[in-house]
Design a protein around this ligand. Structure first.
Ligand SMILES: Nc1ncnc2c1ncn2[C@@H]1O[C@H](COP(=O)(O)OC(=O)CCCC[C@@H]2CCSS2)[C@@H](O)[C@H]1O
Length: 373
């Protein structure tokens, strides 16, 4: 038997007990129609894995579930998006802000501790985004009756009819579904807007899903007496009210492999380069970069995150033609990734004899290519 350790109104699925059941069989034993979970993790990959695990393993035919979670700073792109088009990857690397690709569609958002995420799990039949967003707007109104918050036809929530405070995405499986959304409480808005501005969007051609940028605001900007844990509590109690449930908020730790067998692998899969970058729909980059006062034209086709075709036009006499050929063939077939490019170019330079001047130029050429990665 698994034990629920009660702390005030909240429960913690205890790690200290000897587990005889997984989270899904535990829910079957408890037999509740509605369950509210809160993640103990602030790691995006663990939290996205928790969503995947619940979606794949919990019987959602006769049960609905709300998961509340928050993350440390991260940019989260939709399943069919192009990260180079959506965000400033060089700046994110500099700031140490990771990128994650989620399994649901839709656009790109920024999360930090000032952003709340909610995931509403249901059977596919009961999937109802309007009703879920009503839980959020009513919870906010219950806290501050004067707040002007309303859901739109595209399932955003707007503050004062203009400022986006919540964005929505969803994943529909064969029999079950989840709808997840954000809520901006006190996010760092200057980081949000700078990381969500691509440095190379104008040189990318792609059919990937584009985001729909909106003016955003934090709830705490209009009412600094609010705080995100009060808001989370209000959402949990409104969820119970709306659906007629009465459960407590259960804290669950997504690193607890025994409770959720297979979850570690799910989190690992979400962190692979192949999932985050490799799943980008085919795109091309066509740009001119100035290196040493000469203009160099790059033309690259990228499929599965890998350079499929690369052409570089360099003014005659700047570099020996065989070096240019060597450089382009190094890029062909490689990941569209600054680290991989730098390593491969360094390796090719080690195996060729060249003057210092040529080596310097290849370094600068490499830096120019890396600047658009
Ligand atoms: N955290 C957050 N919340 C609300 N709106 C945001 C946020 N970050 C950025 N934005 C704004 O939304 C647009 C993109 O809007 P767009 O409509 O294109 O995309 C979305 O809303 C996707 C929401 C995904 C929600 C998931 C829930 C759990 S994991 S992520 C962006 O350019 C900004 O203007």
């Amino acid at each position: 038997m698994m034990i629920l350790r009660l702390s005030n109104r909240a429960c913690v699925l205890s790690r200290s007990v000897r587990l005889k059941s997984t989270l899904s069989t535990f829910f079957d034993e408890v037999g509740k129609a509605g369950i509210i979970l809160k993640s103990a993790s602030t790691g995006i990959f663990e939290n996205l894995a928790l969503e995947d695990w619940i979606h794949d393993h919990v019987d959602l035919q006769n049960r609905s579930m709300l998961l509340l979670w928050r993350n440390s700073p991260v940019v989260v792109i939709g399943r069919h998006q192009n990260p180079w088009q959506e965000c400033n990857l060089p700046l994110m690397r500099q700031l140490g802000i990771p990128l994650a690709r989620r399994r649901s569609g839709g656009g790109t958002v920024f999360h930090d501790f000032g952003n709340i995420n909610m995931t509403f799990f249901t059977s596919k039949k009961k999937y109802d985004r309007h009703r879920n967003l009503k839980v959020v707007t009513r919870a906010l109104k219950a806290l501050r009756p004067n707040l002007d918050v309303a859901a739109t036809d595209r399932f955003d929530i707007l503050l004062n009819g203009h400022y986006k405070i919540s964005g929505t995405a969803a994943k529909l499986g064969r029999t079950s579904a989840y709808h997840h959304c954000t809520l901006l409480c006190s996010v760092n808005r200057s980081v949000l807007s700078t990381v969500l501005k691509s440095n190379i969007s104008e040189v990318i051609k792609s059919n990937a899903t584009p985001s729909v940028p909106s003016p955003v605001k934090n709830l705490l900007d209009v009412d600094p007496t609010l705080d995100s844990s009060t808001i989370m509590d209000a959402i949990a109690s409104q969820y119970n009210n709306e659906f007629g449930f009465d459960g407590p908020v259960i804290t669950v730790d997504p690193t607890h492999e025994a409770l959720m067998p297979g979850i570690h692998k799910m989190a690992q899969d979400l962190q692979t380069w192949e999932w985050i970058y490799g799943r980008t729909p085919k795109f091309s980059v066509c740009t001119s970069l100035v290196v040493d006062d000469v203009t160099i034209k790059f033309d690259m086709d990228i499929k599965n995150g890998t350079v499929e075709q690369c052409a570089i036009e360099i003014p005659e006499g700047w570099l020996p033609p065989e070096m240019v050929n060597e450089f382009t063939s190094t890029l062909n077939g490689s990941k569209y990734c600054p680290n991989e490019t730098a390593v491969l170019v360094a390796a090719f330079m080690r195996t060729r004899s060249m003057t210092e001047d040529v080596a310097e130029k290849i370094h600068r050429l490499c830096a120019a290519v890396v600047s658009v990665m």
